[in-house]
Design a protein around this ligand. Structure first.
Ligand SMILES: C[S@@+](CC[C@H](N)C(=O)[O-])C[C@H]1O[C@@H](n2cnc3c(N)ncnc32)[C@H](O)[C@@H]1O
Length: 235
């Protein structure tokens, strides 16, 4: 009687243990499967959306094939990955001060996604560069275009950074500034960072003191966000 009783107890314990192990395993593999299925591109644009958003910018800024381009304060470099879908044979230097941003695995995932939506095989090169608060750590006299997209107002040492970037442009290179701007009547606080936006004239003066001269403004003064193009030729 006690032997049979013990046998049943042991049998029930083994069953419970096996069920436990099995359900844990399947839970884990479900989680893994879900993780694998989670699309990294869920917030990223499709080819048509990218084309709509960037085609006009490419024309207006004059991005040509074969250019060497630096995006300073690029964060994850979404603009550069996006442009790498629509341009050819360019070198994109995705630069920021935060090394946290540049994770090898994420870079690979982004590269895979953006390459996969190109119509033809990838011909652009993309690389990350980590700078510091005063220096971009980019190579001298190397860039056809340097982008400052929504990053000028974030610089702690504006003059040092602009002097540095001025040296990084090729003689005919251009610096492209995309910023929200204040007007002389109304100071604008930039969303999310409590910084006051520069006025157009303040941006022009800052650039001039680093030998960067105003060339063109892409949108009317009434636009909150504008794009200003500067070059090294004194007019
Ligand atoms: C508001 S984010 C803009 C990101 C991206 N360019 C965009 O338009 O979405 C500003 C970026 O500038 C970077 N930054 C701040 N100071 C910098 C500096 N001295 N050199 C390079 N990047 C800097 C920050 O780390 C941040 O990633």
């Amino acid at each position: 009687m006690t032997k049979t009783f013990h046998f049943y107890i042991v049998f029930i314990l083994i069953c419970c243990f096996s069920i436990g192990v099995f359900s844990c395993k399947s839970l884990k593999s479900d989680k893994r499967a879900n993780k694998k299925k989670e699309p990294i591109n869920k917030d990223l644009l499709t080819y048509d959306e990218l084309n709509k958003e960037y085609r006009d910018l490419i024309e207006k800024i004059g991005i040509r094939n074969g250019y060497v381009i630096a995006d300073v304060g690029a964060s994850l470099g979404i603009d550069d990955f996006s442009l790498s879908v629509l341009t050819d044979s360019n070198s994109y230097f995705i630069q920021d001060i935060s090394s946290e941003i540049f994770k090898k695995k994420r870079f690979k995932q982004m590269q895979n996604y953006f390459n996969s939506i190109r119509k033809t095989p990838q011909t652009n090169k993309l690389q990350y560069v980590i700078g510091n608060e005063r220096k971009s750590c980019l190579p001298d006299s190397s860039f056809d275009l340097i982008f400052l997209f929504n990053s000028l107002h974030e610089f702690t040492y504006v003059k040092e950074m602009l002097d540095d970037l001025s040296k990084k442009l090729k003689p005919n290179g251009r610096l492209i500034v995309r910023e929200s701007t204040s007007t002389s009547e109304k100071r604008h606080i930039i969303d999310g960072c409590y910084t006051t936006a520069f006025t157009k004239n303040e941006i022009k003066l800052l650039m001039k003191s680093s030998d960067l001269y105003f060339y063109q403004q892409l949108y009317p003064d009434s636009n909150l966000v504008n794009i200003f193009i500067f070059d090294k030729n004194h007019r």
